[in-house]
Design a protein around this ligand. Structure first.
Ligand SMILES: C[S@@+](CC[C@H](N)C(=O)[O-])C[C@H]1O[C@@H](n2cnc3c(N)ncnc32)[C@H](O)[C@@H]1O
Length: 294
């Protein structure tokens, strides 16, 4: 298997310029098995021959590895704890620190559903509170294509499955089979391309300084090798405000817990840095021999 994986890493790099050797072996194996089943080929060797002959298949495989699936209010428990506990706590802290702005980074925003879900929560809180506050969401992804989709904010109507009718009426414009986000959800969002494996930067240049109250880094850690997960989490920790929150995908909770973060509410996928890690975070992370993407 390892040999075939090495060959596939090399082929994808030579054909598409994409370095897949950063991905977790189990994740790659699962994607490859899905493709083997899809083509009804017998084994990895046959699939590899097919892959060598077909540019289309190489690019489909590349897309599967990049995995840009997203949903509005994706993890129900996470968003409900965010709405009822975390955001109100941040508002209280804002007041005590004499600050007005909540700073949020959605670090792998894909086509934007996560960003607009956060903006909906914040706009709804604004409508129901007398305490004035502003917010800025920095929404980034490594993929230019995903960022363009996120800026457009247009989705198939099936994307609204988890949404209450009130939210649909309040925040979406329906046009046949498609829905678009209302403009007011975009006014406090800055979209830009940013690679979390950037060799030196810890947060997107457009944010100027990190100091985020919340960083969403959801549903991408699981597909990286452990050293890259550590690197991404180290960057995120440097960009968080001292009492900031990290939010990941529900399936990534174990990875985050193993890396110096404490889950604040059971099963919520909402974390804070542990105090030792917090003290260490300004020291240079040992990046060893990590090979970054070309
Ligand atoms: C499965 S989507 C998750 C989208 C959203 N966070 C969610 O949970 O619904 C994963 C996204 O991570 C992005 N991604 C993967 N590696 C990245 C990196 N090194 N830097 C920035 N974005 C990355 C991919 O382009 C993809 O859009």
């Amino acid at each position: 298997m390892k040999n075939f994986l090495d060959q596939i890493h090399t082929t994808l790099y030579e054909k598409l310029g994409f370095k897949t050797n950063v991905f977790d072996d189990a994740f790659i194996e699962k994607v490859l098995l899905d493709r083997i089943q899809f083509h009804s080929v017998l084994n990895l060797e046959e699939y590899f021959q097919l892959l060598l002959k077909s540019k289309d298949e190489a690019s489909i495989l590349n897309e599967k590895l990049l995995n840009s699936h997203s949903e509005f209010f994706r993890d129900t428990l996470t968003f409900s704890v965010l709405e009822s506990i975390v955001l109100p706590a941040i508002l209280i802290r804002l007041k005590s620190q004499n600050r007005k702005e909540i700073r949020i980074w959605s670090a792998a925003c894909a086509s934007g559903q996560e960003v607009y879900s956060i903006a909906i929560l914040l706009e709804e809180i604004k409508r129901n509170t007398t305490a004035p506050f502003t917010y800025r969401i920095f929404a980034t992804d490594q993929s230019n294509i995903q960022i363009k989709k996120a800026i457009e904010g247009k989705y198939h109507i099936s994307a609204l499955n988890k949404m209450s009718l009130k939210r649909v009426n309040d925040w979406f414009i329906i046009d046949g089979e498609m829905v678009s986000m209302k403009q007011e959800l975009k006014k406090n969002v800055e979209f830009s391309v940013f690679d979390l494996l950037h060799p030196s930067l810890s947060s997107p240049p457009v944010s100027i300084f990190g100091d985020f109250d919340i960083v969403f880094c959801a549903n991408l850690l699981f597909y990286y090798k452990d050293e890259f997960r550590k690197l991404i989490l180290s960057k995120v920790s440097k960009s968080l405000a001292s009492d900031g929150y990290l939010i990941t995908g529900e399936t990534e909770r174990e990875i985050v817990r193993r890396n110096n973060f404490i889950e604040l509410f059971p099963r919520s996928a909402i974390f804070k840095m542990n105090s030792t890690y917090f003290k260490m975070r300004n020291e240079n992370f040992d990046e060893g021999n990590i090979q970054y993407r070309a």
